[in-house]
Design a protein around this ligand. Structure first.
Ligand code: FES
Length: 113
């Protein structure tokens, strides 16, 4: 029973500098928006290990390191890549249109491959 996506206008393209993370409230959720070498990605902002905000973490290429216990996630897929994180991060489809950044919820489901 697929559900349709809900589109949210988040910010302007210039609001997230290259290789930075910004936090936004979108549809009642805290979302981290990442600009990785000019490509935008969105995930839940709350780390799956604890209650830390990933937008306060560090980007290293396409990996975000949580500032609380230094666990890490691959941003494009949400997969945990550094202990103690073991639960994938929810990721969201993004789109840039007319200089505006939009994200789409329902969340993208992770493949198991
Ligand atoms: S809260 Fe993020 S690694 Fe523990």
């Amino acid at each position: 029973m697929p559900m349709s996506e809900t589109e949210y206008l988040v910010c302007g393209i210039g609001d997230v500098p290259v290789n930075a993370i910004r936090r936004f409230e979108v549809g009642g959720r805290a979302i981290a928006l990442y600009n990785i070498d000019g490509r935008l990605y969105a995930t839940d902002d709350t780390c799956t290990h604890g209650l830390s905000s990933l937008s306060a973490g560090e980007l290293d290429g396409d990996v975000v390191e949580c500032s609380l216990h230094f666990g890490a996630f691959h941003v494009p897929t949400g997969k945990p890549v550094g202990a103690p994180c073991s639960v994938p991060l929810q990721v969201y489809r993004t789109e840039v249109k007319d200089g505006e950044v939009r994200i789409f919820q329902n969340p993208i489901k992770e493949s198991q491959s």
